[in-house]
Write a protein that binds this ligand. Structure first.
Ligand code: PMP
Length: 473
């Protein structure tokens, strides 16, 4: 990191901090605290390299959450900036109804990485990618001549603890109550089922029986809702922000079978798990299932530009062809969904370069390898400590669940769980935690670093965590 802090900059930093407190609305933060003299907002971030960020006051941070689970290839990739510059000079914008070479190449590349014949719809974020997926699922059923009652299908089934975004539909599909409180009634037609959570399963059940139990609850829910009213089931292959809930390998195939049985589309939200995060290019590729719709964002560009994508199995896409004899008038039988910035040519150029880096540097394998190393260290040094209930992971998506009592698994109260990331922050390490205001559920530390994170960095994190946990009362 090149930037050096000079004392002359102190005044500039303070001025920006004052402006920040007065004018910038930070989400997830009670900014009132910043009005107190002694508690200023953090110094703005100004530069970055690899796995590290630097603040304007010269301090550096090891970013173990890759921004917001997105900077997969790491910070400071000049080659991506160069591509963005060239693309912007050439073609700064085109309407989404037109195609540019980079947009077309990216759509084709996504299909290739998924290993399926897919048609890709672009948007600008993960929320929008999910929003589009839900609309496509509903409209597919209305256009599906093989299912004359398809227009009755509109319900979206999703899971407790899942996060799918902040727009109306994606928020409604989100299974975290605190993301909705204060925002008024939610759109109707969204139904929740529990996810597998082997650590907190009924102790009378084996992990496999537990999975069978949650899959049965999914099936029962579809049946009791009226299967002919259900359009899609949406899930993250691994619940990420909700606490890194890793299923047994049998779960996803069993879910696929239930969806097939009732004509329900399977939508996989790969916004976090896509592009190598779990040690496979896409999370579902660990489980040998073929989804109907896959949504992605974040790692698609490693966060260098905003971009979302909804990849749809070609057999679904083919129903959107203005065919006769369906519940929708033929002139309306196409996807009537547009995002001004969807598939922005600069973002698509960046995504292609980002994917090239992931492939050329074999970063997916690296995520798997470093993830295994990190977890081995965590298990060796943290698992014996008090409060450390379970360590879960897939690739570089890692969760450490803190409990007040290892036998009863009572969650560690929020006040104590919060002390761990706060302590790591004083060591210059950014550690995530499952965001929730629901008492008793904010007890999972989360790690999703850039794939270029070094093993010695992982050691630093383990040491910092150990100190933080040992210091808990
Ligand atoms: N799905 C998942 C699994 C996510 O983690 C997120 C973002 N944290 C989203 C969707 C929404 O993405 P965005 O913030 O880009 O709208």
């Amino acid at each position: 990191l090149a930037r050096r802090f000079s004392s002359a900059m102190a005044e500039e930093v303070m001025e920006l901090q004052n402006k920040q407190a007065a004018s910038l609305w930070h989400p997830m933060t009670q900014q009132r605290a910043w009005n107190a003299k002694e508690a200023r907002p953090p110094a703005p971030v100004v530069s970055s390299a690899g796995s590290r960020l630097q603040r304007m006051d010269g301090s550096t941070m090891l970013d173990m959450i890759a921004g917001l689970w997105c900077v997969n290839v790491g910070y400071g990739r000049r080659e991506i900036a160069d591509v963005a510059h060239a693309a912007m000079v050439e073609l700064p914008y085109h309407a989404p109804t037109m195609g540019s070479p980079q947009q077309i190449e990216l759509a084709a590349k996504i299909g290739e990485l998924l290993g399926m014949e897919a048609q890709v719809y672009f948007s600008a974020s993960g929320s929008e990618a999910n929003e589009a997926a839900f609309k496509i699922a509903r409209m597919y059923h209305a256009l599906n001549r093989d299912d004359p009652a398809g227009a009755l299908r509109y319900k979206i089934v999703s899971r407790q603890r899942a996060y799918h975004g902040n727009t109306a539909g994606a928020m409604a599909a989100t299974g975290q109550a605190e993301r909705k409180i204060g925002f008024g009634p939610q759109p109707p037609g969204y139904v929740k089922v529990p996810p597998p959570y082997p650590y907190r399963r009924n102790p009378k059940l084996t992990p496999e029986e537990h999975v069978d139990d949650v899959v049965r609850q999914l099936e029962d829910t579809i049946v009791y809702e009226g299967a002919e009213t259900v359009a899609a089931f949406v899930m993250e292959p691994i619940i990420s922000g909700g606490g890194v809930l890793v299923p047994t390998s049998s779960y996803l195939p069993k879910v696929r079978a239930v969806c097939d049985k009732y004509g329900v589309l399977l939508v996989l939200d790969e916004v976090v798990s896509g592009f190598g995060r779990t040690g496979a290019m896409f999370g579902h590729q660990h489980y040998g299932v073929k989804p109907d719709i896959i949504t992605m964002a974040k790692g698609l560009t490693s966060g260098y530009m905003p971009l979302g994508a909804t990849a749809v199995d070609a057999k679904i896409f083919r129903k959107f062809d203005g065919c006769d004899g369906v519940a929708v008038p033929p002139h309306l039988a196409h996807l009537r969904q547009i995002n001004t910035y969807g598939g922005h040519p600069v973002a698509c150029a960046v995504a292609l370069k980002n994917i090239e880096i992931i492939e050329n540097e074999r970063l997916v394998d690296r995520a798997a390898d470093v993830g295994d190393y990190f977890v081995k260290q965590l298990e060796e040094h943290l698992l014996p400590l008090p409060y450390v209930g379970e360590i879960r992971h897939k690739g570089l998506l890692v969760g450490v669940e803190l409990v007040a009592n290892k036998d009863t698994k009572e969650p560690l109260p929020e006040t104590l769980s919060a002390k761990v990331p706060a302590s790591c922050a004083t060591d210059g390490i950014i550690v995530g935690r499952n965001g929730t205001t629901v008492p008793g559920l904010a007890n999972v530390l989360i790690f999703a670093p850039p794939f270029v994170v070094e093993k010695p960095d992982c050691d630093l994190v383990v040491a910092s965590l150990k100190n933080a946990i040992l210091a808990l009362p």
